[in-house]
Write a new protein. Structure first.
Length: 156
C-alpha cells in the first residue's frame, strides 16, 4: 500500500513538472505581451552568464544541434539582443549580450519572478522556503546514469 501511495505521489510530481516545462517552452502562460520565447530567454541568459561564448559551446550545454543554436543566435542578432565578435567559421564567433538584450532579458526575468510571486502569494513564508529547499534538493539529486546524453549541463 505504501508503495502505491508513493508511486501516485511521484506520478503527480512528474505530471506537474511536465506541465510547468510545457508552459515554459511553449510560452503558454496567457501573456500576449511576452517579448521573447523560452528558447530566446535561455540563450540570452546563457550568453549573459558566459560572455564571449560561441554557438558550439551553447549547443553542447543545451544538448542540441549547432544549427538549432545558430538559428536562435541569428534571430537574437537580428533583434539586436546579441552581437558577435571577430572570429572564424572554424572556431566560431564570440557572443556578447547587447544593452537591448540585457534589457529584454531583465524585463522577462522580472515578469517571471512576479508571476511566481503571484502564484505563491497565498503561501506562508515557511511554505515558500520549504518549497525552495525541496526544489533545490530535487535539482541537485543526480539521477542514475543512462546511455543517452541528456544535456544536463549546470551551465545551460
Amino acid at each position: 500500500m505504501q508503495h502505491e501511495v508513493r508511486s501516485a505521489a511521484v506520478e503527480a510530481v512528474h505530471d506537474q513538472l511536465v506541465q510547468i516545462v510545457r508552459q515554459l517552452v511553449t510560452g503558454d502562460r496567457g501573456d500576449p505581451d511576452r517579448q521573447i520565447s523560452f528558447a530566446q530567454q535561455s540563450l540570452l541568459a546563457f550568453v549573459a552568464r558566459n560572455p564571449g561564448c560561441r554557438a558550439t559551446e551553447i549547443a553542447v550545454a543545451f544538448a542540441v544541434h549547432r544549427s538549432t543554436v545558430s538559428r536562435q543566435v541569428r534571430g537574437c542578432v537580428e533583434s539586436g539582443w546579441i552581437e558577435s565578435g571577430a572570429g572564424s567559421v572554424r572556431t566560431g564567433y564570440p557572443l556578447e549580450l547587447t544593452d537591448a538584450g540585457r534589457r529584454v532579458l531583465d524585463a522577462t526575468a522580472s515578469k517571471d519572478r512576479d508571476e511566481v510571486g503571484v502564484r505563491l502569494s497565498a503561501w506562508s513564508q515557511g511554505e515558500v522556503e520549504d518549497f525552495a529547499r525541496a526544489l533545490t534538493r530535487f535539482a541537485q539529486t543526480t539521477p542514475p546514469p543512462t546511455h543517452e546524453t541528456t544535456g544536463d549541463s549546470p551551465h545551460a
